[in-house]
Ligand binder design. Sequence first.
Ligand SMILES: [Zn+2]
Length: 114
Amino acid sequence: MQYMKEEWLAELKCRFGDDITKWAFVCPACGRITTLQEIKDVGGEPNDGYTKCIGRLNGKGVSGASLKKGRHPKDGCDWAAFGLFGTLGKGDVVVGDNGKMIDVFRMADAPNIE
Ligand SMILES: [Zn+2]
């Protein structure tokens, strides 16, 4: 999906509510669904939540490039959306106010996560 920044924020609020710690994104490499609360818990910034797999922040992530299909490591992987392969075609694109397009992790489906 491609969103204008305002649309993207509106959609996140619609899915997860105003509390950004409940917002969740899917890593395109390992498929792990991570909330911004989890990102915060390992010392990350909210911005990390949609551009980096939690495995990059917790130091426990396995190499995203070496993952076998369908493997979902609990601690995530080392993927980042700003890397060479972006979001592997599985992410969303957000168009900022300046018209710049940013690859981001796809937002998770509306909460079935805690
Ligand atoms: Zn990952």
